[in-house]
Design a protein around this ligand. Structure first.
Ligand code: PMT
Length: 410
């Protein structure tokens, strides 16, 4: 007798899909189909712009529910008022979330049905942006997304690639399958952990380093430590003995983790090697590449119009860890923080530092990389790769640690 597959965490979930007016609206039809396949109940609301691209009837046929298009439909309001619909939802998904819609949501507008539903609901909000890449990169759009993410919205995408207008860049709607996977991840009960790393010792680095210029100033970066702390927590939940070497951050120590606080790259190197021998090293810290040759003993005075800093390279901790052979390491994993050519540069670091795996993420964007609670990343190893679409860092850490446990067996 074969066991039936476990139900998707989306089974029985009530999803309100709000469709914005962009060419990617056609992909939202597939999203409805996939959500229903996962067992979710779906109701659809469309903006006026969305109806220029896809008809309400198409969504109605796929969702099995009347599509809502306006606040001023007496019949629809009598069947289920818009406030009732906003309450009905377990989760609201906006796909595609256009630049205009993001702006209206960021400003709390209620000038059409979709914006009103998003304002009225208390359900968690998932935004799937899609637009021209220049509109996406515009500071106004980035600021709007940052505000919405700060208020707790989950932001999925956009993906990088060819766009409908013949250009290329970040602006593509995240594929429906990846959206459904991320929603399932968000709906799943918190992972209680397993014994996948039992008996192994893991050293994780996290956070920034500060390189002192003088007694009051330093060179630092925007790493918050969230990604590395989430990885350390996940490894501990999977039974590993974890040492977390943390740069200056204000995060609580995850349960079951031994934390060593450091400030500079040199101190981080010393703490990492002091924690060996270990089975795994995961370098999630944003280590400074340069440090002042001689920090000034006293506060540097404002004496001339310009100031040149004399900086020297810091030790490359990750490369040094990967090169050593005496500490019994089974796997060395680095991170790559890039603002462009993410895959190319990450693969370059994988080879140059002789790593077992590198996890690449885009930084310098509103909803991912440094500081943000969410991230999107791709892990590369010699003959493979795995993409992790945008999700909370805690969930990404679980997925990454699962992959690491898998690669240990490879
Ligand atoms: O901390 P958060 O706000 O959550 O942000 C997470 C993050 C963006 C910092 C994280 O996901 C990340 O990408 N960490 C690596 C940042 C980085 O320094 O990338 P890099 O491409 O410059 O360095 C590549 C690798 O070499 C990293 O594993 C780094 O730890 C390591 N390195 C770099 C320089 C150095 N002197 N020693 C090192 O060990």
């Amino acid at each position: 007798m074969s066991a039936s597959p476990p139900a998707s965490p989306l089974h029985g979930q009530r999803i309100l899909l709000c469709v914005g007016g962009g060419i990617a609206a056609y992909k939202s039809l597939e999203l409805v189909r996939r959500l229903r396949e996962a067992g979710a109940q779906v109701q659809v609301a469309m903006t006026a712009g969305a109806q220029q691209f896809v008809t309400p009837l198409s969504f109605q046929a796929l969702s099995g529910q009347p599509t809502r298009t306006t606040l001023w439909d007496d019949g629809a309001e009598q069947a289920m008022g818009h406030l009732e619909l906003a309450r009905w939802a377990d989760r609201v998904v906006v796909a595609p979330a256009t630049a205009d819609l993001l702006a209206r949501l960021a400003h709390g507008m209620a000038d059409d049905l979709v914006a009103t539903l998003c304002l009225a609901t208390e359900a968690p909000l998932t935004l799937c942006p899609a637009m021209n890449h220049r509109m996406w990169r515009h500071p106004a759009t980035q600021a709007n997304v940052a505000v919405l993410a700060q208020r707790g919205a989950q932001v999925l995408g956009p993906e990088d690639g060819p766009l409908a207008e013949g250009e290329s860049g970040p602006g593509r709607l995240t594929e429906p399958a990846a959206i459904v996977a991320a929603l399932a991840g968000a709906a799943a009960p918190a992972d209680p952990g397993d014994g996948a790393l039992a008996g192994l010792k893991v050293v994780v680095s996290a956070g920034p380093t500060y390189e002192d210029l003088d007694p009051v100033r330093y060179l630092g970066n925007r790493s918050s430590g969230k990604m590395g702390f989430a990885v350390a927590a996940s490894a501990a939940r999977r039974g590993a003995e974890v040492v977390l070497v943390a740069g200056p951050v204000s995060l609580p120590t995850p349960p079951g983790v031994r934390r060593v606080d450091v400030r500079s790259a040199a101190q981080m190197r010393e703490a990492v090697f002091a924690a060996f021998p270990a089975d795994l090293y995961i370098g999630a810290a944003a280590v400074a590449d340069y440090t002042p040759r001689e920090p000034a003993a006293n506060k540097i005075k404002k004496s001339s119009e310009s100031l040149a800093l004399d900086l020297v390279r810091t030790p490359d901790i990750l490369a040094e860890v990967a090169a050593q052979t005496t500490h019994g390491l089974k796997l060395v994993v680095g991170f790559a923080a890039e603002t462009e050519k993410v895959a190319e540069y990450a693969r370059g670091k994988l080879a140059a530092k002789r790593l077992d795996m590198i996890v690449a993420n885009r930084v310098g964007i509103a909803d991912g990389g440094f500081e943000s609670d969410t991230n999107a990343m791709t892990a590369y190893w010699k003959d493979g790769e795995r993409a992790f679409p945008s999700a909370p860092k805690t969930r990404l850490a679980d997925a990454l640690v699962d992959l690491i446990a898998e690669r240990l067996q490879a």
